[in-house]
Ligand binder design. Structure first.
Ligand code: DON
Length: 537
């Protein structure tokens, strides 16, 4: 069973499974394909995290996060005139970190897959080469980002007509240069992307346009195999992505905070449930701003943050009748440093796969914001990420998602920017039970948690669990964001508890696969907020 936010990518994943691939092959093939069909969300110019559970018990978390280029520096995005807005960390070549996507996918397939990596890459190359028909989602994305994309010749050449207007739904998007780059990888392996002509062209273009990412950064890039973070919730084991993502830690922390409450008594979407989960969310985000960063550069008190005891300490501050105004983070046990302080929006994508042998893969991949930096490097077809904006780019100033942070997440060469991505697998009796994740910046964390409790506490069918109306709190600003579908009396109950409510249009997109205990096999669901598809055989 494969669930992604794009029907072509899901079909590629299913074909790979049918052709003898396992869940790792299928997830990586789907990621490569979606980098072509939903190139505004992810691609080989970006990065990813992959959480893998193999039927033989092996588990790993592959870190394909971008790294800050060697020539980057702490204050590189702070303009001389700080009264003028600067978009250098989100738009243009200076916004790009060293891409890790392809190296991580290759490492995952080489160690845990069964099929030759090149075979999976060729499937994506073929789609880039022969093209696909744009849907209304893609048209809207192009319309919204016309100003950004039209600044860059490589992007104009791919996404625009000769008269300067963006392509429309029903038209075919061809990505010939991207197909050639992918085919170079089919022939030369990873070196086809990380050494030689492609990084040379990228380095040269970036340098010529005021950026710092160089061919040497590509040559030095290494994906890392990490231990997943592990927790438990109501008897299920949870494995998820460790730092440099905050995702896994905070999914586990929020579940720990909620575990003693009988949420099922209150019901899904009740003011009691929304209140308690919100209090837990804001605690997690206060800790995120304080403690989280790349573990190679900062001491992250992981075990303390995910411990049940730490959750119990924080829980004493949760009142069932009053929203707490949190001044700052807590004191996890293994933390010996000092203290400090974060708001939000969209694109990125999540892939959940499980196969018939009991292997399961949760993979979240991103360019950061829609179309990343906006720059397709001419001659390569590579759309560069703007993941540098996930760092604290301007001390004290919130990033694109309104997230704040401190020195733990400041820019240093080689460092990986802090992420919220939370590819997560829940196991029951050591067998995969739920494979899940989302896009949505910081809302990844809260959307993933809410979908999990909708399944485990409220027993909702998987599709209903991921479609259910959401809420989100990220500590700063002190605002309870609600999707539009929550009834008036529920909102009143929340206001009475002191919540400051802001209703926003629906957000994030969860894709999930779950064990079908009645019939055997797997069920899948793709969020109705996206154009996704879950399919299997
Ligand atoms: O790693 C992160 O947390 C962000 N770069 C993810 C961005 C995202 O999910 C945008 N999606 N809507």
């Amino acid at each position: 069973m494969v669930s992604t936010t794009d029907s072509i990518a899901t079909q590629v994943g299913v074909e790979v499974l049918k052709n003898g691939g396992n869940a790792v092959d299928a997830a990586c093939a789907a990621a490569l394909a979606i980098g072509v069909t939903e190139g505004f969300s992810s691609g080989i110019g970006g990065g990813c995290f992959i959480v893998i559970h193999m039927a033989d018990g092996r588990e790993t978390a592959v870190d394909g996060r971008e790294t800050a280029p060697k020539k980057s520096s702490r204050l590189m995005y702070v303009p001389k005139d700080t009264t003028k807005p600067s978009n250098l960390s989100t738009t243009g070549v200076l916004a790009a970190g060293t891409p890790g996507e392809l190296a991580a996918l290759e490492a995952a397939v080489r160690q845990y897959g069964r099929l030759p990596f090149e075979e999976l890459v060729e499937r994506a190359a073929a789609i880039a080469d022969t093209g696909f028909i744009l849907d209304d989602q893609y048209e809207r994305a192009l319309d919204r980002y016309t100003d950004k994309l039209s600044q860059f010749e490589g992007s104009r050449a791919v996404y625009f007509h000769e008269d300067g207007t963006p392509l429309k739904r029903g038209e075919r998007l061809l990505q010939k240069d991207l197909a050639a780059t992918l085919r170079r990888v089919c022939q030369e392996g990873l070196d086809g992307y990380y050494r030689g002509e492609v990084p040379r062209l990228i380095g040269q273009y970036v340098r010529g346009n005021g950026g710092v990412l160089s061919a040497a950064d590509f040559e030095n890039y290494k994906p890392l195999m990490r231990e997943p973070v592990r927790g438990s919730y109501r008897g299920y084991n949870v494995i998820s992505m460790p730092p440099p993502s905050s995702g896994g830690i905070h999914v586990i922390q929020i579940l720990n905070l909620l575990e003693p409450y009988d949420l099922s008594y209150f019901g899904p979407g009740s003011s009691e449930t929304i209140h308690l989960t919100t209090e837990a969310m804001q605690i997690a985000f206060a800790d995120r701003a304080e403690f989280l960063g790349d573990p190679a550069f900062t001491e992250v008190p992981v075990q303390g943050l995910i411990s049940k005891e730490y959750a119990a300490e924080w829980r004493s501050l949760i009142s069932s009748v009053q929203h707490a105004e949190l001044a700052g983070a807590g004191r996890p046990q293994d933390f010996s440093g000092t203290a400090e302080q974060h708001p939000d929006e969209k694109h990125t994508t999540h892939i959940s796969v499980a196969d018939g042998e009991g292997n399961a893969v949760a993979l979240t991949t991103t360019l950061n914001t829609p179309f990343g930096s906006g720059v397709i490097v001419p001659g390569t077809g590579v759309l560069l990420n703007n993941q540098m904006d996930d760092f604290v780019t301007w001390p004290g100033r919130p990033n694109y998602f309104g997230l704040v942070g401190n020195a733990a997440n400041e820019i240093e060469p080689g460092k990986r920017p802090l992420s919220s991505m939370a590819p997560t697998i829940l196991l029951k009796d050591s067998q995969p039970y739920l494979v899940i994740g989302s896009y949505g910046g910081p809302r990844i964390i809260t959307s993933t948690v809410l979908s999990i409790i909708n399944v485990l506490d409220f027993d909702l069918p998987l599709q209903a669990a991921v479609d259910y109306p959401r809420w989100h709190h990220q500590w700063v600003p002190d605002r309870l964001f609600l999707e539009p579908d929550h009834p008036f009396d529920v909102q009143m109950g929340l206001r009475q508890r002191g919540h400051r409510i802001e209703v926003q249009s629906r957000w994030a997109g969860v894709t999930a696969v779950m064990s079908d205990e009645e019939r055997g096999g797997w069920r899948g669901a793709a969020d109705s907020r996206t154009t996704g598809l879950a399919a299997g055989f």
